[in-house]
Design a protein around this ligand. Structure first.
Ligand SMILES: *[C@@H]1O[C@H](CO)[C@@H](O)[C@H](O)[C@H]1NC(C)=O
Ligand SMILES: *[C@@H]1O[C@H](CO)[C@@H](O)[C@H](O)[C@H]1NC(C)=O
Ligand SMILES: *[C@@H]1O[C@H](CO)[C@@H](O)[C@H](O)[C@H]1NC(C)=O
Ligand SMILES: *[C@@H]1O[C@H](CO)[C@@H](O)[C@H](O)[C@H]1NC(C)=O
Ligand SMILES: *[C@@H]1O[C@H](CO)[C@@H](O)[C@H](O)[C@H]1NC(C)=O
Ligand SMILES: *[C@@H]1O[C@H](CO)[C@@H](O)[C@H](O)[C@H]1NC(C)=O
Ligand SMILES: *[C@@H]1O[C@H](CO)[C@@H](O)[C@H](O)[C@H]1NC(C)=O
Ligand SMILES: *[C@@H]1O[C@H](CO)[C@@H](O)[C@H](O)[C@H]1NC(C)=O
Length: 526
């Protein structure tokens, strides 16, 4: 369930990261676009993983994509993209570009500090058996990428990520934490917690230091989780410690959207708060939890060594606050174990029908078509492939017309053309296509016009196409194919040959009969 890519790495096929034991692969085979470049270690913040020491950048094309294959259609995935600019191009110009999860906008990558590592995460449902992560040039610098991870999640995790919306982890600067995704653990361990402690390899950072808070240190090395009834499944390593105020009856946390992250006009934030009691306390720990002064829970008491999750949604680009306030009955301070803040993003673009998309990807690869043929063929409409017409209603876009005339196509007509089952117009004229005209073209039900003129096709025209033409259903152009025998060349030759063999048969039978007769007369005479 893990794909871990070190973009721009070429030294080997794979290597194992010493900190996590995760095996990273070179990005060859995941993209055929872009160029690779090393990054000077001295230009990056210290303590970064090796994957930041090289990157792939995309100087040409508006949209460039990585394609991750062998996924489960409808499966839920966490995808993480990492960027460390490090002034690799010596231009000292921090780029800004967009990131897409398939055909849907994910986030805008705004490099503010060239030495900083920028990490973005999304939890979303993948519509097909492959997923394309695309970088889009907005005219504000060349898109690049340092690393790309995919982690498979079970469908019962993060139910808020579904076919209509995805969860984009909020990333911004926090004092004493730096730039990072807002998935925090509280307590004594100042390291990131991730794989193998978190089997899904979520990255939990230590929350910023707050004056007046202290840590409830690790009280248990055992399991602190409720696997049967938990849609978030925070790992024990995260839940094992917590923060409490030293001398106060309340804790306040806040966030506001950072200018480096395009949160949109009226963003919706999804908040997940985790709590577990770590001490076998005799006295009452009870508090109210509210977000922007709206209660999430009242008179709440965390359970001993069992996580409880509270979640909520707030809207707006203004600052938001979370407060945990001890009730008047409570003898103890409030407590918090972990927190995540996501943005809810609509999944409002549909991917091209997967059979059509797969056929187009095969055609693109087989004939090495360049043009702008990357990412999804039809969506979003502003990035649709040149030479295609798509129908966009009602659900998945379908391909209705394909014009590859004068595209330098060499070789036989690929079977993939026959898999575009809603195709009405196909123009393959002015290429160097060879071989015979395949019968499957006559099986494309909606095909109304087919232009194969000016190629090097040979053989005869399949009956299925001729029949459709005769019935007026299809306009067929096959002129200027020197090796092709048309309706009045091949067929008559075949007829003549048949006549010749018949004649031969008659001659032979006459000769044989006459010979037998002569032989009989001769025998009789004797
Ligand atoms: C808590 O546990 C983590 C690892 O699980 C360890 O790194 C840390 O030192 C521990 N803290 C204490 C106070 O034992
Ligand atoms: C833990 O799981 C059990 C069984 O599903 C359930 O009865 C219990 O309420 C859960 N506890 C918490 C704190 O969610
Ligand atoms: C806690 O508060 C009391 C009075 O409000 C104060 O005297 C004491 O110094 C505080 N302790 C700490 C550790 O801040
Ligand atoms: C999808 O939503 C984004 C904003 O989140 C908007 O820019 C885009 O136009 C929408 N697309 C469709 C097809 O509605
Ligand atoms: C295909 O594109 C060429 C130009 O590239 C144009 O001349 C031709 O008419 C187009 N065919 C169709 C069916 O639109
Ligand atoms: C696509 O549609 C446009 C406008 O209807 C038309 O001009 C063009 O020829 C079509 N393309 C193909 C490949 O048929
Ligand atoms: C056409 O195909 C024949 C073989 O079928 C080959 O000899 C010839 O060179 C081809 N012509 C062109 C222009 O590709
Ligand atoms: C087949 O005949 C039709 C008319 O009878 C003609 O328009 C077409 O060009 C012919 N095809 C070939 C390949 O000669």
């Amino acid at each position: 369930g893990f794909i871990s890519i070190d973009c721009g790495y070429t030294a080997n096929q794979t290597y194992t990261d010493s900190r996590t034991g995760i095996s990273y692969a070179s990005d060859e085979g995941y993209t055929d676009a872009g160029l690779i470049h090393p990054v000077d270690k001295g230009n990056l913040q210290t303590d970064l993983a090796d994957r930041y020491l090289n990157l792939r950048f995309f100087p040409s094309g508006e949209r460039n994509c990585y394609t991750l294959r062998s996924l489960t259609p409808g499966g839920k995935y966490l995808v993480r993209a990492a960027f460390g600019y490090g002034d690799y191009d010596k231009l000292n110009k921090n780029p800004t570009f967009d990131l897409y999860f398939g055909v849907n906008y994910w986030t805008t990558v705004t490099i503010v500090s060239s030495s900083t590592a920028y990490v973005f995460e999304i939890i979303a449902v993948c519509p097909a058996d492959f997923l394309q992560i695309c970088l889009v040039n907005k005219g504000s610098g060349t898109p690049f990428i340092s690393g790309l991870d995919l982690r498979s999640l079970t469908s019962d995790l993060y139910l808020e990520a579904n076919v209509t919306q995805s969860l984009v982890l909020l990333s911004f600067f926090r004092d004493t934490v730096g730039f990072g995704p807002n998935r925090y653990h509280f307590g004594t361990n100042y390291q990131h917690i991730r794989f193998p402690d978190d089997p899904y390899d979520r990255m939990w950072q230590r929350y910023e230091n707050v004056d007046g808070w202290t840590d409830v240190p690790n009280k248990s090395n055992g399991e602190i989780k409720n696997s049967t009834n938990d849609n978030y499944d925070a790992p024990s390593a995260v839940m094992r410690s917590a923060s409490i105020p030293v001398n106060d009856s309340r804790m306040d946390l806040s966030w506001s959207s950072d200018s480096s992250m395009n949160v949109g006009v009226d963003p919706k934030f999804f908040l997940v708060l985790y709590f577990a009691e770590l001490e076998a306390v005799q006295e009452l720990r009870q508090f109210d939890v509210s977000v922007d002064n709206n209660p999430l829970a009242s008179a709440f008491s965390p359970k001993f060594l069992l996580p409880t999750v509270l979640s909520g949604i707030v809207q707006g680009s203004n600052e938001h606050s979370i407060s945990l306030v001890a009730t008047s009955n409570s003898a103890l301070q409030p407590l918090i174990s972990a927190m995540e803040i996501y943005m809810l993003r609509p999944v409002n673009e549909s991917t091209t029908d997967s059979l059509d998309a797969n056929a187009m990807m095969t055609i693109q690869e087989k004939f090495s078509v360049k043009k702008n043929w990357v990412g999804d063929p039809c969506a979003p409409i502003s990035f649709a492939w040149n030479g295609l017409n798509c129908s966009y209603t009602p659900n998945s876009p379908r391909i209705t017309a394909l014009n590859m005339s004068s595209s330098g196509l060499v070789g036989e007509i690929d079977a993939s053309f026959g898999q575009l089952t809603l195709l009405q117009h196909l123009d393959l004229s002015h290429n160097s296509l060879s071989g015979s005209i395949p019968d499957f073209l006559g099986q494309v039900p909606a095909l109304k016009s087919l232009d194969l003129s000016s190629n090097n096709l040979s053989g005869s025209i399949p009956w299925s196409l001729l029949e459709k033409t005769q019935r007026g259903l299809l306009t067929l152009r096959v002129d200027d194919n020197p090796g092709l025998c048309g309706n009045n060349t091949c067929n008559p030759i075949q007829k003549k040959r048949r006549n010749k063999t018949k004649l031969l048969q008659i001659v032979i039978s006459v000769v044989v009969s006459v010979s037998l007769l002569v032989l009989a007369v001769f025998l009789l005479v004797i």
